[in-house]
Design a protein around this ligand. Sequence first.
Ligand code: ZN
Length: 196
Amino acid sequence: MTKHQTRRNEVPRKSQKLSSQDKADIIQKWKEGEKQKVIAQLFHVSVPTISKVVRGARKKPQFEDRVEKGEGDCWLWTGALKAGYGQWRNKYAHRVSYEKFKGEIPENQQVCHTCDIPRCVNPEHLFLGTHAENMQDAHRKGRAFQLKSGGRLTDGQVQKIRVLAESTTQVELAEMFGTTQPNISSIINRKTWKHC
Ligand SMILES: [Zn+2]
């Protein structure tokens, strides 16, 4: 029998050799109440291997585990960020939140923030708009897409920064609002934006 003819289930494998489909199947069987010993036989792996896969499933973080409902009514994303936006399993967290709580996002529509905080995933702060509308909205609010430099903050954002500063680091605030830490420091210490 050549290597190609070998049926994969006849070869004992280690956990890292299991495909993600195998792992999903194992977790499914385990959830249905199948004994780990039986699953191990089915997949031709050891019982500890099955235990490891199942353990991974048990502690898999949920969307809600990455949300901090702090002061104010923004739900701040505590997981990975990309350009200030929360990331959840290779998707934008605010989009996932919209789909989860409000419904499908039609094609060509973007999910925008009424609160101007990219990291916020409170569905009540999310609304649909086209890319053009979102750009207009951003310009109207004086924020041309959170550019690292030259991105201008609004009065509302500055006020929010000062509130959030009590429980958020300056580096995090800089990331959230698409600006730099020295800018945040100046805002908090009222060296800039003194009028609000
Ligand atoms: Zn918000």
